[in-house]
Design a protein around this ligand. Sequence first.
Ligand SMILES: Cc1cc2nc3c(=O)[nH]c(=O)nc-3n(C[C@H](O)[C@H](O)[C@H](O)COP(=O)(O)OP(=O)(O)OC[C@H]3O[C@@H](n4cnc5c(N)ncnc54)[C@H](O)[C@@H]3O)c2cc1C
Length: 422
Amino acid sequence: MSINRRAFLKSSAASLALAAASGCAHTQTSQAQPHVVVVGAGFGGATCARYLRMWDPGIRVTLIEPNPHFTSCPMSNWIIGGIQSFDALVKSYDKLPKLGIQMVQDRVTRVDAEKRLVHTEGGGKIAYDRLVLAPGMEWMTETVRGFDEGYQAKKVVHAFRAGPDTLLLRKQLEAMPDGGVFVIASPPPPGRCVSGPYERACMAAHYFKQHKPRSKIIMLDGHIDVVSKGPMFKAAWKELYPGMIEHRPNNLAVAFDHKTMTVSTEFEDVKGDVVNIIPLQRAPKLCKDAGVRNDALDRWCGIDYVTYESTSVPRVHIIGDPVLSNMPKSAHVSNNQAKICAAAIIDLLRDRQPEPVPVIGSTSYSVTSDKTSGAIAVVMRYNPEKKVYERQPEGGANPLHSELDFAYGLSWHENIWADTFG
Ligand SMILES: Cc1cc2nc3c(=O)[nH]c(=O)nc-3n(C[C@H](O)[C@H](O)[C@H](O)COP(=O)(O)OP(=O)(O)OC[C@H]3O[C@@H](n4cnc5c(N)ncnc54)[C@H](O)[C@@H]3O)c2cc1C
């Protein structure tokens, strides 16, 4: 994967120069050419920026992202199983500026909703008519005592943001002796990709089966059962990895001792040779500071489900993982929400009524081996009276994994990356 960093930096520099030309206070906005600023170039943010420009080229779009390229969480478990190379996860932002999107390589540190400005780490101040926050997730590592210490000591990672930690987890498994124990501790929903931990167990088992067949995987699950694609995962574990994966439900990790490599739940202490703890999650601090992380538990961002505008801060829209909803927190859903949000923003800016009953689709594939996957597909329609997305009766999970779903899953990845990044 070639990454044209120069194009990215060139467009970032151009945007910053524009800000500087206006006294470094802010870029100008006008309703004739309204300015939408999007924060975070992941599945939600990049899709939203693309569709805003494609559907209404009269809108100026600035996309702010600290990283020079994107690393995909979907397919990252494949690295754990050794069935894919890390390069396949890295996606270029090169095509986005070609659509006229101004890319700024920086991190947003503050939203001034009153002045309609975002502040960046690099000292930029960028004005907006409408702001879209799509910064993904933050991990509540403080809910697992000792996690941060273990992380500093490089003994434990969650690897639920794809990157160096994904590779570290793979290396830890490579270094584990045959006959060792791999502990995966996962939280109850809502959270990012609830099927991810079970897929990860499959991938670790796939690797162990070939190279360390006496090894074992213990899943400490914070939920009362396998959250997603349950019958499929259980059947696949029995068929492909008999006796290797032990699923212990209702067993949320609350502490980790990196000196003894022990995970504690309310009920038991479990020692592992390699430990992977995925803590509870919430919308990032940026959302809290902006006043949009506003639910009773101080975890998620309440939105109007038609426009994705915050229920507490006008002109600020939130999409993707940070949203308070009953929708899955997935790349597919973030990508769909981004299009609904883009269409609604265009309607609002052009004095039109946004579509009152949006419909969202979600398809998710989980690999169970290097040849097989399970799949689930659901459709959710917004019910304006109940103010909730209702799952339509059609759809659901396939009961068994298959080679056909593996092929479809491969295409799904290619399609979602193309639809998000061009
Ligand atoms: C192991 C694993 C497997 C998965 N598999 C699937 C799958 O098969 N299918 C599926 O649909 N989903 C899958 N997911 C879930 C999916 O990755 C997430 O739900 C999705 O990435 C959420 O999209 P997002 O746009 O909300 O956040 P992200 O994609 O995380 O993007 C957020 C972006 O915001 C940027 N950002 C953060 N803070 C700032 C800031 N202050 N300023 C500027 N930019 C900022 C980040 O750098 C990042 O680029 C998986 C997740 C994991 C962990």
